[in-house]
Write a protein that binds this ligand. Structure first.
Ligand code: CTP
Ligand code: MG
Length: 238
């Protein structure tokens, strides 16, 4: 399932991020192709911007993906809601779900395969991740700074997490349902937002394991990321 309903505010003005182009092809098309290259993937459900469902269907068709089993649903106001809506469109008999950001167009097929294999082998939640290059500090946030440093976590124990994240379908559906119920009960307050699906599994006591990710599975978030993505694509095509 591919959450693709975000606006891409950090990328700057323009079309929704999933529809922005890399090498002349929308990020979403790259991401869907990256998934369909894996033999582990039999169906792709895309959560499109709510006002862009027809446009996304046409776009996927026009890029030669019409032979694949691809379904498009309207996404939601948050990534979590988009994933929940996409999940609801996956047939009941599907037992393993990978959730992959449309904003990670260059994920190598080996990462997709490794995540799917780890779930098949018995893990309920699997995330691909890479070691950090930078030292990380925890701070007391002060807009504009300077920000007092609280401490420096041991970098060797930290990982930067990517997608696709893989799940037993029942686990993923259960934690999304619980998060929704919790949000309704908290009525706007409640726990801080969780930024990935595995984070929901952790919140409700599940076990998440990490497998090796890949540097080319980075997320296109800011303008510089698009520059890097264009360079990676050019290198692949050379
Ligand atoms: N996403 C989604 N529905 C939302 C918000 C995000 O499906 N309401 C998707 C995005 O399309 C993206 C993925 O979640 O593929 C990761 O989110 P992010 O990188 O934050 O993308 P955006 O939310 O689009 O970017 P920004 O936060 O800069 O606006
Ligand atoms: Mg976002």
């Amino acid at each position: 399932m591919v959450p693709a309903a975000g606006r891409g505010e950090r990328l700057g003005p323009g079309a929704p991020k999933a529809l922005r182009e890399l090498g002349g092809v929308p990020l979403l098309v790259h991401a869907v192709r990256a998934l369909t290259r894996s033999r582990a993937v039999g169906l792709v459900v895309v959560a499109a911007p709510a006002d862009g469902v027809a446009e996304v269907v046409a776009l996927l068709d026009s890029h030669g993906l019409e032979g694949k089993d691809i379904r498009v649903v309207a996404g939601g106001a948050t990534r979590q809601e988009s994933v929940r809506l996409g999940l609801a469109a996956i047939p009941a008999e599907v037992g393993i779900v990978l959730v992959h950001d449309a904003a990670r167009p260059l994920v190598p097929v080996e990462v997709v395969d490794a995540v799917a294999s780890a779930v098949r082998a018995g893990a309920e939640a699997v995330v691909p991740a890479v070691p950090l290059a930078d030292t990380v500090k925890r701070v007391e946030p002060v807009p504009g700074g300077p920000e007092p440093v609280l401490d420096t976590p041991d970098r060797s124990t930290l990982r930067a997490v990517q997608t696709p994240q893989g799940f037993r379908r029942d686990t993923l559906a259960e934690v999304h349902a619980k998060a929704l119920a919790e949000e309704a009960a908290a009525d706007g307050g409640g726990l801080p937002p969780v930024t990935d699906d595995a984070g929901l599994v952790e919140r409700f006591g599940g076990r998440v394991v990490v497998v090796p990710g890949h540097e080319e599975a980075f997320k296109v978030t800011r303008p510089l990321d698009l520059v890097l993505a264009e360079a990676v694509l050019a290198r692949r095509r050379a």
